[in-house]
Design a protein around this ligand. Sequence first.
Ligand SMILES: [Zn+2]
Ligand SMILES: [Zn+2]
Length: 314
Amino acid sequence: MKIDSNGNLILGTTVILITTLLLVAIIVFTTVNYIDNENIDSQENDNFKYIIDDYSNNIEVLGRDSLYDACEKVYHTYKLLDSEDQLKKNLNKKLSSKNEEFKEKYDADISSEVLSVESTDSPWKVLFKVKLNVKKNSNRFSKIIEKNVSIEGLKDPLPLAKLSVASGVFYQGDKLNYKNALTRYLKIRNLDSPLSYAFATTPLYIKKCPYDPYIHHGDRNGEVMKDCLKQGFFHESADGSCYLCRLEGKGKCPHYGMEVFIQPHTPLVNDSISCSDHVVFSDHYPGQKIDKLDIDSLILDSSHRKKYGLYYND
Ligand SMILES: [Zn+2]
Ligand SMILES: [Zn+2]
């Protein structure tokens, strides 16, 4: 009896001990397992976020490439009637091969559609909106991605969209020389002194003018203006056209746009139309040479003179 009760006691204690140990073991195991799963989940999440960020950055790069391609079309005598439509096509094509690339690289299922390509409050940016759906394992992402794409450094499509390559315009370093194309253009429209614009030049690439506010262009006796012309800077202008409308050959548009000077190189001193490109290609109002003795002088109207602070030698 004594041995039995002692044995029972030992057995009972052992069972309780083992049960406790088992419980502790289960609790520890579950906890460790839970933490592990958490780590895997957040790792997977990070990975998924990385894929989406990577893709969004690609939209910006490919949007820029799409603008470049559209402009090249214009430079190869292709008439763009609907630049937004062309840019949607360009970008959709690029994105669909990007989607295949992402499938291989990350095993992610991506579908995308360019919803719109728009002008913005800044003439230096074009807004792309892309509907994006991403699926990988249990993760899903669906959102409209908006990217502002810079147009700086791209060619200005307007001269070629207006006159076409057949007009005889030619490259002169980082400028475009109009040869006789503008003279013909002004003659056809019965505008004053078409010969003033023979061999006039315009910058090829879009560069934002750093001389802001623009009224300082007349500073240092016009030296600032001279540098602006030499560098070929573009300026913000409510009257000038935006990049998307330039692609369509519009000298003027309802969006906030830009203007650039078409620089004459002429000994003639007759009044002709003012040399801001929206005036040459659309508004057609007159201007006078700023410096009658300078063959490279701009031909400008009074409101542009005011805007750029140019009053010298008048
Ligand atoms: Zn400037
Ligand atoms: Zn526009």
